[in-house]
Design a protein around this ligand. Structure first.
Ligand code: CA
Length: 228
């Protein structure tokens, strides 16, 4: 399920967009001001698309886009009452992927969202992950060997953890980041839970699980995934 973030200070518009995206099957998180969104974007976040109003109190949509681009290539769609060419160019120069001028047609918004999500290279790459001739499918949760036999079927959380590792390949992922991503505000699991996931990954993907080449433990910090 694609996750979409909306930052829009006009409540009626925010609600209308959010509701319609949810009806389309997207998971939506909405913010009414730039400051709250900025705080989130400065930390880790996991959206597949971000819709930004340009004129926001305190922190503008352009400022938010700058912050996002420091961390992520996630598709950004601007909404703005300003329809001049100069404004559109300013937005696109900041790394936004598309621009919609208010008042816009709902159909057009939904279409742009669909195109940005499905046309995104990043998203295509995230659909499967290959480790040692084994392929993980993030939609079906299945792991298949080179002959396409199903070796294993993961749980949703195991797949979420693999997706996180895939996104952060080569970088250390902290335990806190894993907890935020997999459990959010839900009940925190025991310390062993994440370790057990890692052990399961090693058993499945590592030629020698005792000397891991892919799923590394970084003592006191978290984990690191590498494919080579
Ligand atoms: Ca506004």
């Amino acid at each position: 399920m694609h996750r979409i973030c909306i930052v829009e200070d006009e409540q009626s518009l925010r609600d209308m967009i959010g509701l319609n995206l949810e009806l389309e099957g997207y998971r939506v998180q909405a913010f009414s001001d730039g400051q709250t969104a900025q705080k989130l974007f400065e930390q880790t976040f996991h959206f597949d698309l971000i819709i930004l109003d340009v004129m926001l109190p305190h922190v503008s949509g352009f400022d938010l886009c700058r912050t996002i681009r420091q961390h992520s290539h996630v598709p950004v769609l601007f909404l703005s009452a300003k329809g001049t060419t100069a404004d559109r160019i300013a937005g696109l120069k900041l790394g936004a992927n598309d621009y919609l001028v208010k008042p816009f047609d709902l159909e057009e918004l939904l279409l742009k969202v669909q195109i940005l999500l499905n046309g995104s290279v990043q998203q295509d790459q995230l659909d499967t992950l290959q480790i040692n001739n084994k392929t993980v499918n993030f939609s079906t949760f299945e792991v298949r060997d080179a002959q396409n036999n199903i070796l294993h079927t993961f749980t949703k959380r195991e797949v979420q953890l693999l997706e996180l590792f895939h996104e952060k390949e080569g970088k250390v992922v902290s335990r806190q980041e894993i907890l935020d991503r997999l459990w959010g505000a839900e009940q925190i699991p025991t310390a062993r839970t994440i370790d057990n996931y890692i052990l399961a990954f090693r058993k499945l993907f590592e030629p020698d699980p005792k000397n891991p080449q892919h799923f590394h433990s970084i003592r006191g910090v978290g984990y690191k995934f590498t494919r080579e």
